[in-house]
Design a protein around this ligand. Structure first.
Ligand SMILES: C[S@@+](CC[C@H](N)C(=O)[O-])C[C@H]1O[C@@H](n2cnc3c(N)ncnc32)[C@H](O)[C@@H]1O
Length: 195
């Protein structure tokens, strides 16, 4: 198996290799996700969505640790959807959907919180996609972005774009978000912004 083939599952997990990659991500991203969540106060009883939910680790966290009232996960990979459904099958008030960030299957102003972990690198039109998330957030709803890498040039495949902390900050302001805050430690970056 070529390592390129394995790594390409980060963009859109597929088949048995995709499942293996998802299991790896569920373990490997824990510390990064905990660090990102240190910067945000998750409102009690929030209605939350994790975009690019992969194997469902963040969906579980939002429901179990942060006690969100209802949590959705969306991913455009059928393999991710399958794995996330399996990982959350015993949790009530969790729903995993197949969908693309560019056209999310939700009404306007639905969510108190939208999270995006290790996924914005692959979004097809970052400005439009940030606006799509803006559309489904309630007023004062929060958008949390967490990325393991913010050094352009470190891309490991085509159809991937790594954003710097400053680029993410500016993009959020440019797309209409307020109270934008970004944080960095080593190569990790996270951003919190409000509608
Ligand atoms: C590197 S994985 C991260 C998964 C998960 N968030 C985690 O931290 O373990 C990226 C995920 O984003 C999903 N993804 C990429 N582009 C997407 C898009 N345009 N719409 C929805 N999901 C997308 C991929 O299918 C994949 O499951």
């Amino acid at each position: 198996m070529s390592s390129d083939k394995y790594i390409s599952n980060a963009r859109k997990p597929k088949g048995s290799l995709g499942k293996k990659f998802i299991r790896h991500m569920n373990e490997h991203h824990k510390e990064l996700i905990d660090w990102g969540f240190e910067h945000i106060k998750v409102p009690r009883k929030a209605e939350a969505l994790d975009v690019g939910c992969g194997g469902g680790y963040t969906v579980r966290l939002l429901r179990k640790k942060y006690k969100c009232k209802k949590v959705y996960g969306v991913d455009y990979s059928k393999t991710s959807v399958k794995m996330a459904k399996k990982a959350t099958r015993f949790l009530r008030n969790v729903k995993i959907k197949h969908g693309n960030v560019s056209s999310l299957p939700f009404r306007n102003k639905k969510f108190d919180l939208v999270t995006a972990v290790e996924t914005i690198y692959y979004w097809p039109d970052i400005e439009k996609d940030f606006l799509e998330i803006y559309r489904i957030l309630k007023k004062n709803g929060q958008f949390l972005i967490i990325c393991e890498d913010c050094i352009p040039g470190n891309e490991v495949m085509k159809d991937m774009k790594i954003y710097t902390q400053n680029e993410i900050h500016k993009l959020l302001i440019h797309t209409g978000y307020k109270e934008v805050q970004t944080f960095r430690t080593n190569n990790w970056v996270c951003a919190i912004a409000k509608k």
